[in-house]
Design a protein around this ligand. Sequence first.
Ligand code: PMT
Length: 218
Amino acid sequence: LTPKDLTDKKILVTAGPTREPIDPVRFISNPSSGKMGYAIARAAEYRGAEVTLIAGPVSLPDPLNINMVKVQTADQMADAVYENMEKADIIIKTAAVSDYRPRQAAPHKIKKGDENIIMELVKNQDILKTIGQRKTNQFLVGFAAETQDLRENALKKLEAKNLDIIAGNLVCRPGSGFGTDTNRISLFYRDGTLEVLEQMEKDTAAHIILDRVVERII
Ligand code: PMT
């Protein structure tokens, strides 16, 4: 039985993809289903935390007893995160934020012509990096979605974004990453240690991540 070891703690979780509009009927996005982030939010609520879940567009039911903030774009997610970060004790950024967006969304549906289209993409802000710079006492957990060199890439993000833990997953492996009910996560800690978790349900992985956070803050 999991203890109520997060009672009195405020946790901010992000989940799902963002959508960056090209025109009113098209967007740039990714296959995040929100399952990993929602599992963390539910697990934290179960353990007694006050949970705020900032979610991009997903088709999961709203979890009970959780403050939901629904967003579409990376900029909207950033605003919601910055507004809610100060009061959080723990921030877990599971969302798959689009790194780029079209410079300008067309106001009407772009009509198909004979020519190819070149679309200019501008960089979105890195929300997690900004939180890493602004954080005061918050315990910060990031995710790294990689297709190769998991250790090297995850460690770079741990350092560059000033995180306490980064949960790396190889999103091209079966049973891992986007859309699945299971994940294979490697946890990289600030002190340089690494913990490789086997393939397991996202709900179970969520509790293990929270166990590791609790061990470090309480
Ligand atoms: O939603 P599911 O279908 O369950 O899939 C789960 C998952 C694969 C989305 C999840 O396990 C995962 O890996 N989430 C992170 C996805 C991601 O965007 O990773 P990244 O390596 O590109 O980004 C690193 C970190 O920076 C992430 O914590 C991300 O939230 C954050 N980030 C990235 C870009 C950006 N502009 N702002 C950010 O805050």
